[in-house]
Design a protein around this ligand. Structure first.
Ligand code: BG6
Length: 484
């Protein structure tokens, strides 16, 4: 399918997300020749700025972060970019914006709301008032969408007054990662795994998103948000759905989303009484990451001195359905951890009767490790005979490293998702019911933590989180994958 002509209106065009992710992703697509020649990027912000000044600022704020931006490609990319002042309190700004877009009448108009969520609704009102909500307009909503179920519901209901559900693209950039789609390919493209992908053969599933970064320049936002809202409600639960869902009947957008919502609905509620036993919340103290000293969370800019906001979460989740009953899904995410890694680990059960002497480890021998970052790989661990006279077993692995196996350009998560919006493919975006259900599940945890006077468990920056996180698993006789 060739790429349609489009205008992309980037609300929050001077913000962090636009500069760090969206403009680089659009540049990559441009450089790869994937954008329609006439397509334009209209960056907006509330301040008056000339296009020249805006484009000039990208030289310092965007270009240095690009892997490789040859002068011709960079110049032809910038020729697509212009700046339009659009303050949601100023109807005249939106009149001018709408004129600029409607006069050219591109096949598709994408309005990307990379702004604070409290101005989503005023922006949508203005777009609708000026006719920028016709059926060819698609609206992209960045997370976090709200703070809890009522606030996210309020935004969704307000946006729904102006845009139909099939015009709304709720982005979760983890769904755009190549290996997440590969997970579907592995599960549903091979007969090998499906018979084993169930409670009879799986002992537990672990999903980790660990970051080395701290809160960077977002202290103020982060302190109001915390890791449960920032990472678990969206990225981790979406990954869990992709691992656990039943085979969809097709790759159509609703077939996949229908299966995901069933998993979200089947998640066993974590009641306030369960919170102490099934969750761990942590907060980093000063330490060292990558050999460099880093401050503790409470000393970061924008953080309240007595903050109880969590920078680490571990949860034991369970899915109440026939396939997964009794199989723990351990979820873990944190800032300032030992290394940057995102991975899904499927631990298969041990053989029913061991006739060989076993290597001394607690961990199951058969593990499938799907790594999303820093590199994309799939590794299957199993036991073989150690060469020699005696029959002793030794662990080994089959490795698939995607960068080496497929030497082709790979789109980043944001690039893939932006191209999907332009092409009108909703499959990798979150439907309203999924989002609401995910909020519903995390809410008792949020409420219980919110009411608790007990501070989060401290952990030293540069480690794998509080000791309680290992204890959460060792109670069940398991270990986190890194600690094996
Ligand atoms: C974002 C969170 O959604 O995901 C950030 O708001 C986090 O706090 C980021 O750093 C992680 O994404 P990635 O792709 O770098 O793992």
């Amino acid at each position: 399918m060739s790429m349609p002509d489009f205008d992309m209106v980037l609300f929050g065009g001077t913000g962090d997300l636009a500069r760090r992710k969206l403009l680089p992703a659009l540049f990559d697509a441009h450089r790869a020749g994937l954008l329609h020649p006439a397509a334009r990027i209209l960056a907006t912000g509330s301040h008056p700025l000339s296009t020249g000044d805006y484009v000039g600022s990208l030289e310092q704020s965007v270009r240095p972060g690009l892997e490789h931006a040859p002068p011709e490609a960079w110049a032809s990319f910038l020729a697509r970019v212009s700046y339009v002042q659009a303050d949601a309190r100023e109807p005249a700004h939106f009149d001018a914006l709408a004129r600029k877009v409607l006069e050219r009448a591109p096949a598709v108009v994408v309005c990307y709301l990379a702004t604070a969520p409290h101005i989503f609704v005023p922006i949508c009102e203005q777009l609708a008032r000026t006719g920028l909500n016709h059926p060819n307009v698609r609206i992209v909503l960045e997370k976090p969408l709200g703070h809890d179920l009522p606030s996210s519901d309020a935004i969704n209901s307000a946006v729904a007054q102006f845009f139909a559900e099939d015009q709304i693209y709720r982005i979760d950039h983890y769904l755009g990662k190549e290996s997440v789609q590969n997970l579907m390919a592995i599960r549903f493209g091979n007969a090998l795994f499906e018979p084993l992908w169930r409670r009879e053969w799986v002992q537990d599933v672990q999903i980790t998103i660990a970051e080395e970064l701290g809160v960077e320049t977002r202290g103020d936002f982060y302190d109001r948000t915390g890791a449960l809202r920032d990472m678990v409600q969206n990225h981790l639960l979406q990954l869990l759905c992709m691992v656990a869902m039943e085979p969809p009947t097709s790759l159509s957008e609703d077939a996949i989303r229908d299966e995901k919502i069933k998993i979200l609905k089947a998640l066993k509620p974590i009641t306030p009484q369960d919170v102490a036993e099934k969750t761990v919340r942590g907060q980093y103290r000063a330490g060292a990451v990558g050999g460099k000293p880093v401050p503790g969370y409470l000393d970061e800019k924008g953080i309240a001195a007595d903050s109880h906001t969590e920078t680490f979460v571990a949860i034991k989740a369970e899915i109440a359905n026939w396939r997964w009953s009794g199989v723990p899904f351990y979820l873990r995410t944190g800032k300032r951890m030992q290394s940057r890694v995102a991975e899904i680990v499927i631990h298969f059960r041990d053989v029913p009767h061991a006739i060989f002497p076993r290597p001394l480890t607690l961990s199951p021998q058969n593990r499938l490790v799907i790594r999303l970052q820093p590199e994309e790989s799939i590794r299957l661990y199993f036991l073989v005979k150690q060469p020699g006279d005696t029959v002793a077993l030794a662990p080994t692995s089959l490795d698939l490293d995607f960068a080496n196996s497929f030497k082709v350009r790979r789109a980043g998560a944001y690039e893939r998702l932006l191209l999907d919006v332009i092409r009108g493919r909703l499959g990798l975006f979150v439907r309203r019911d999924e989002q609401a259900q995910a909020w519903r599940w995390v809410e008792p945890i949020l409420d219980t933590w919110g009411q608790s006077t007990v501070p989060p468990k401290p952990y030293t920056a540069g480690t794998w989180g509080p000791a309680a996180s290992s204890a959460l698993m060792s109670r069940d006789g398991s270990l986190w994958h890194e600690e094996v």
